[in-house]
Design a protein around this ligand. Sequence first.
Ligand code: NAP
Length: 250
Amino acid sequence: MDQKQLRDNTAIVTGGSRGIGRAIVLALSGQGADCAFTYTAHQEAAEALADEIRALGQRALPIRLDVRDFEGAKTMIEQVKGEFGRLDILVNNAGITRDRSLMGMSREDWADVIDTDLTGVFNTTRACIITFLKQKRGNVVNVSSVSGIRPMAGQVNYAAAKAGIIGFTKSLAQEVAPYNVRVNAVAPGFIETDMTSLLGEKFRDKALQQIPLGRFGTAGEVAQAVLFLVSEASHYITGQVLQIDGGLGM
Ligand code: NAP
């Protein structure tokens, strides 16, 4: 008997080519989901990931999409439904940082982060929600951050976007619950990816002192939490924010 939890499901993961998104794609396809995922710049990484998904026996669809593109998000949903025939799961993972103090923050630093990290979530979710409502089945997981709960100095743009995602998650969860559509968020702490690889030694040491479990997390650990939230194991959970942060944000 096939014990895979997501057999016959199809998923879209934004920002799937690297880091946390890549680990989420592998976790979902490892449990039997066909996976579409987006990327913007790293086409080689996206194609390599598509090969890995196919090696797991699932269908793969890499799509070049900037999540800031409202019309592009609509086209992507149609493309995925056309290719896979159904859509069950949306994971809004794509995100960037442009950390600096407020007095040094440009209009572009602000807009890039808000448009990608927050409006991007609106664009893709808006594009697929009608499908979920009509079929009375669907599952959305948004990747927020501990910065949206317990922010640090020097990232007002990122903290605002990630806190915004939490408000978005809780409001939408109430709106669509009567249609059997669940909406949750994960809030990772410091996770070893390209995003955190640029942090200086001094900053890392200071951060480590604040993490009760005493280490940065892995992308795979975040992916396991997302897998739980999109699987039947969590079917009575909606509107929640699951922190994967070694205790940092408690
Ligand atoms: P990452 O390694 O920098 O990867 C970012 C991913 O997002 C890449 O796949 C990238 O595509 C994609 N992306 C960037 N801008 C995009 C856009 N405009 N449209 C579509 N895709 C875009 O980041 P990560 O560390 O895995 O972070 C993933 C998510 O987790 C983000 O939302 C981040 O805020 C959140 N998070 C991360 C941490 C952490 O410590 N790493 C902690 C808390 C929350 P390309 O490969 O094509 O560039």
